[in-house]
Design a protein around this ligand. Structure first.
Ligand code: UD1
Length: 363
């Protein structure tokens, strides 16, 4: 039974890796991997295929960057002939990026079953492009696999029949657990001359944070204070680098002696960096989940999360972008005021296997 699996942007790669492995091992499922090319730099794409042992894509659409409309449309145009040619039993998409909705839409319009992994997550903030991608993908999916109970609850509330919803755990955590030992061999701490728990990790790439100079400026006010107390390691996403290069804020950051701006890190180096950090400050979705498992305090620089379990049982705190609040939360971390996190149900490294078993039964 052939399934076209779609990956396009960096956070997709750690989700698709364990699925490809589980499908290969299942005997009954033949995976045909499509890379849309949404992310294309070696540091954003190829490195992840190498490190995570993802097989080379069977097709690369090479779509690249563009406005939302252009990127989504180009992916759809390039993906349609592949579905027509391969005639799969299903198309499987992961996460919430533009590649997810673009390929999902193509599949259902051709009458092919759609499978969504990481379904049901909701920030309830429709200004986030990912929230629109999540809502639309879930509305047209036939089988919906959830990482946490809130996802299943949201779907039921939106009218998705219960028999289509499966709470299976988190494929991103499958990848984390599988690669933890390998990451321990990374030399990134020595390369950057960092000592364990003596530094913070920062990531920022959401348009709402990095495209708005007022918000980014406020965050820099907090970071300026933080880097005086703790070295801050900041792997800079291409979108953020572009914004910093063209505005005055880049210069301000360069002047901060305790802030270490580095290129986007590969998976193993970044896992090592997170594992040994005193605290992680981020606007990413996936990092909230990874820090929960690593038991490292995470301050989420957004007003909402679509992953509430990480704040309920995990080490994640939703602090927003107000510098006063960010600093207050940072001080609490340093004072050791973060309760020890628990592992969310089913985040045990076997989510991809559960998905493979259900697909064999249902398709
Ligand atoms: C995308 C996802 C976001 C995800 C993020 C992870 C959507 C709507 N957004 O955002 O959910 O959290 O990926 O990284 O799908 N660029 C490069 N090299 C690359 C890729 C991008 O230089 O390999 C630059 C380009 O200038 C591009 C910009 O980054 O215009 C943004 O890339 P894009 O794929 O549009 O969105 P992301 O911000 O990466």
């Amino acid at each position: 039974m052939k399934i076209i699996c779609v990956a396009g942007a960096r956070p997709n790669f750690m989700k698709i890796a364990p699925l490809m492995a589980a499908f290969r091992a299942s005997g009954g499922l033949e995976a045909f991997l499509v890379h849309t090319g949404q992310h294309y730099d070696r540091q954003m794409s190829e490195l992840f295929f190498d490190q995570l042992g993802i097989p080379a894509p069977d097709a690369n659409l090479g779509v690249g960057s563009g406005s939302h409309a252009v990127q989504t449309a180009e992916i759809m145009r390039a993906f349609e002939p592949i579905v027509l040619e391969q005639r799969p039993a299903a198309v499987l998409v992961v996460g919430d990026v533009n590649s997810t909705i673009a390929c999902g839409l193509v599949a259902v319009k051709l009458g092919v079953k759609l499978v969504h992994v990481e379904a049901g997550l909701r920030s309830f903030d429709r200004t986030m492009p990912e929230e629109i991608n999540r809502l639309l993908t879930d509305a047209i999916s036939d089988l919906l696999f959830c990482t946490e109970q809130s996802g299943a609850d949201n779907l039921k509330r939106e009218g998705v029949p219960a028999e289509r919803i499966f709470l299976v755990g988190n494929v991103m955590i499958d990848t984390l657990l599988r690669n933890r030992d390998k990451a321990a061999a990374s030399t990134i701490l020595a390369d950057l001359k960092l000592a364990e728990r003596q530094y913070a990790v920062l990531t920022l790439h959401r348009p709402a944070n990095v495209d708005d100079p007022a918000i980014l400026g406020g965050l820099l006010d907090a970071i300026e204070q933080i880097q005086r107390r703790l070295t801050v390691v900041f792997p800079v996403h291409p979108r953020t680098r572009k914004n910093l290069a063209t505005g005055p804020l880049g210069k301000r950051m360069e002047a901060m002696g305790g802030l270490r701006m580095i290129p986007p890190a590969g998976y193993l180096d970044f896992l090592r960096l997170m594992s040994c950090a005193a605290v992680v400050l981020t606007d990413s979705g996936g990092i909230q989940e990874e820090t929960t498992i690593l038991k490292v305090p995470c301050l989420t620089l957004r007003d909402t999360t679509e992953r509430p379990i990480t704040a309920e049982v995990g080490s994640n705190r939703i602090v927003g972008t107000d510098p006063v609040k960010v600093l207050a939360a940072f001080n609490e971390v340093l004072a050791g005021k973060f309760p020890p996190p628990q592992v969310p149900p089913l985040w045990d490294g076997h989510a991809a296997q559960r998905i493979a078993d259900i697909l064999v039964e249902k398709l």
